[in-house]
Design a protein around this ligand. Structure first.
Ligand code: URA
Length: 219
């Protein structure tokens, strides 16, 4: 897997990452969602440099200009619900992409620390020979990306796979690396050192779904 760690180089991205991590600023849900969306836009821009391009002739009021435009058939797939603002950021740039949504959540057995990933809902076009961009904002254990990829296999075999995340832990990246095809790309804004006992990224930012949309009642 080719890992693109975007915050490895200083840019405006650092400010958006600082704001989503900051325990005070992140309480503003509108700002939190918008910052994740802005990070999605930056990741889309970086990812776009690796796509295949074709030349088209554009007629301007004064003449003609050859422009190289993306020729990949992109399907953007996001994991509900935390993935929604990241999805919007990617879609702002890949505006003609097809879209796919999948739900995945952690089910803690008897309220303990051990959990399994439950995948329940999938709405997707065919992925056959397409460019799949699979977005999950928090790459913690990597299990939700691997479980959603398993479920997506019934939709066909994509030609290229790009994973997109905002913050990831080393352990989860290693797990994903073992379970995805070798030519997969991972576009990740920032990488943190570890997970806590409940599988949360440390220092991370907390629960991205709750920060974006509010707390959920435990079922
Ligand atoms: N999901 C989150 O929202 N945060 C984490 O740290 C891990 C998984």
């Amino acid at each position: 897997m080719k890992i693109h760690h975007i915050a490895g180089q200083n840019s405006v991205l650092n400010k958006f990452l600082a704001e989503i991590r900051d325990v005070t600023i992140q309480k503003d849900r509108l700002r939190f969602r918008r910052n994740i969306e802005r990070i999605g836009e930056i990741l889309a821009y970086e990812l776009s440099k690796s796509l295949p391009y074709k030349n088209i002739a554009v007629t301007t009021p004064l003449g003609e200009k050859n422009v190289a435009v993306n020729k990949a058939n992109i399907v953007l797939c996001s994991v509900l619900r935390a993935g929604l603002p990241l999805h919007q950021g990617l879609l702002n740039y890949f505006d003609d992409a097809e879209n796919s949504f999948i739900s995945a959540y952690r089910h803690h057995k008897n309220g303990g620390e051990v959990f399994e990933i439950i995948v329940e809902y999938l709405a997707s076009p065919s992925l056959e020979n397409k460019t799949l961009i699979l977005a999950d904002p928090m790459l913690a254990t990597g299990q939700s990306l691997v479980s959603t990829f398993e479920a997506l296999k019934s939709m066909g075999k994509p030609e290229e796979i790009h994973l997109v995340s905002v913050v990831g832990a080393r352990e989860g990246i290693d797990y994903v690396n073992k379970h995805f095809p070798g030519n997969t790309h991972l576009w990740i804004a920032d990488i943190d050192p570890e997970l806590n006992q409940r599988g949360y990224i440390v220092p991370g930012l907390g629960d991205a779904g709750d920060l974006a949309y509010g707390m959920k009642k435990q079922s």
